[in-house]
Design a protein around this ligand. Structure first.
Ligand code: UD1
Ligand code: CA
Length: 461
């Protein structure tokens, strides 16, 4: 019977990543909006690791600084003398009773289920390797098996391999799971007498076999899971793979995507209902929750927002840090900025910008307006070209528009100002004083007509 052991995960992230051609450390490059290393850490956490150690090196300060929110032990590898050397940095902290899982900080798409298959392998006398069969194995360590028993005997690195060994197509992914007690011993036996003068973690396989231990290979069938990022071409490839996975999960959950390859989630979508339709080129960032029957038109960007049932967001709208009540209609070409709360049945039309404002139910702001730092009541109609003048160059002031107000077109509301309940503002007004309930207020120069006036004519004609 397999005894229960705790899990220690070591994430190797000290390598330099020169092929990224970047001043930024490789593991800080992002897919789906999150650093590569954060994806790997998330996996380690999801597996229920008792502790997670990140071995960092190259530009480690930047890595630690940017990821200091992660619950993890940071261990520095000052010189990068190989994967074995990297794990040696953790040697003293290895617990005899723990299973040790080694992950790479630049391999972000491993599935939890795959690692769980691997973690079922190790015990006191057995270690597990994650392997993959590749049509082109070049660059990888090859898995060498005993010709008769077919058991794994050792791993040979590309640079140390004979031509026959180079023909082997089963390769080491680098991901392995080992018994802590044994690993400590094997690490102490590693040397660097090889083509690269490095301490290879892969040499623990031969040492294990020498000690009479068993090495079980778990094969990964989906190659993308174990792909690492070495350059920006691979980064873009993994981005697409991850986006396709996310898109498929959403479709499986009842979301219609016009084209799953033209839809990006850099964060998380929370589905509060079914029959959501999303058109092409929509980008979701942060946490976005969508209600029942929500329709999102093409080219919209939604970041950290809540969208109620039956809402339609039309083409080219941008919504950030806001909430939208049910049955509201936004866009096309609307911009809803942080701190905005829209009630139910609100209409916000084209070229309307709303910032840090509350707009209550059934109100309409349909064309070409700016509403900032405002409270707008229910059933308010705001005409085209209305501007809240909320900023005097130094301070921001609030505008309050009470229920049932009608604001005529091309009006400036100079804050602080309050429009009383049911008041009407004549078009073209500049409102600088509070308006009384139920009355028409306007500020507009009188229209005059000049009798007998003649249009100027071109001279000489
Ligand atoms: C390694 C494996 C190889 C496997 C391949 C899979 C060894 C000796 N070889 O080769 O069998 O097929 O991965 O991609 O293990 N790292 C450190 N410190 C170091 C060196 C590396 O932290 O001193 C980290 C890197 O940041 C990276 C990982 O270890 O995340 C793998 O390093 P890399 O140089 O890519 O290993 P390979 O030589 O490609
Ligand atoms: Ca590599």
């Amino acid at each position: 019977m397999k005894k229960e052991t705790g899990l220690k995960t070591i994430i190797l992230a000290a390598g330099q990543g020169t092929r990224m051609k970047s001043v930024m450390p490789k593991v800080l490059h992002r897919i789906a909006g999150r650093p590569l290393l954060e994806h790997v850490h998330g996996l380690a956490a999801a597996l229920g690791s008792e502790d997670i150690t990140i071995v960092y090196g190259h530009q480690g300060d930047k890595v630690r600084q940017q990821l200091n929110h992660l619950k993890t032990n940071w261990v520095e590898q000052r010189e990068q003398l190989g994967t074995g050397h990297a794990v040696m940095q953790v040697s003293d902290a290895l617990d005899d009773e723990q299973t040790v899982l080694v992950l790479y900080g630049d391999v972000p798409l491993l599935r939890k289920e795959t690692v769980q298959r691997l973690l079922a392998v190790p015990n006191d006398n057995t270690l597990g390797l994650l392997t993959v069969v590749l049509r082109d194995p070049s660059g990888y360590g090859r898995i060498v098996r005993n010709a008769e028993t077919q058991r794994v005997e050792r791993i040979v690195e590309e640079n140390d391999a004979t031509p026959e060994e180079k023909d082997l197509s089963e390769v080491n992914t680098g991901i392995m799971a080992l018994p802590g007690l044994r690993l400590k011993k094997w690490l102490s036996e590693l040397d660097n007498t090889n083509a690269q003068g490095e301490y290879y973690l892969t040499d623990v396989v031969a040492l294990a076999v020498e000690d009479g231990c068993r090495v079980d290979a778990i094969e990964v069938l989906d190659e993308d899971e174990v792909l690492g990022v070495n350059d920006r071409i691979q980064l873009a490839h993994l981005e697409r793979v991850l986006q396709q996975r996310q898109a498929r999960a959403l479709m499986a959950a009842g979301v219609t995507l016009a084209d799953p390859s033209r839809f990006d989630v850099r964060g998380e979508i929370v589905l509060d209902g079914q029959d959501i339709e999303i058109d092409i080129n929509v980008i979701v960032e942060g946490t976005v929750s969508l209600g029942r029957n929500v329709r999102i038109g093409p080219n919209c960007v939604l970041k950290n927002c809540t969208v109620g049932d039956h809402v339609e967001i039309m083409a080219n709208s941008v919504i950030e840090d806001a909430s939208i009540g049910s049955s509201s209609r936004i866009g096309p070409f609307a911009r809803i900025r942080p701190g905005t709360e829209l009630g139910d049945h609100v209409h916000v039309g084209n070229f309307v910008e709303i910032k840090k404002s509350v707009v209550n139910s059934l109100s309409k702001i349909n064309h070409l307006s700016y509403i900032g730092d405002s409270t707008v009541g229910s059933r308010v109609n705001i005409g085209a070209g209305t501007i809240t003048c909320n900023y005097d160059g130094v301070n921001k002031s609030r505008t309050v528009i009470e229920d049932d107000v009608f604001v005529g077109s091309d009006t400036q509301l100079v804050a602080p100002v309050r429009l009383g309940r049911n008041s009407t503002i004549g078009a073209g007004s500049t409102i600088t004083k509070d308006t009384p309930e139920g009355q028409l207020s306007l500020s507009r120069s009188r229209q005059v007509s000049v009798k007998g006036w003649v249009r100027p004519r071109k001279k000489g004609s």
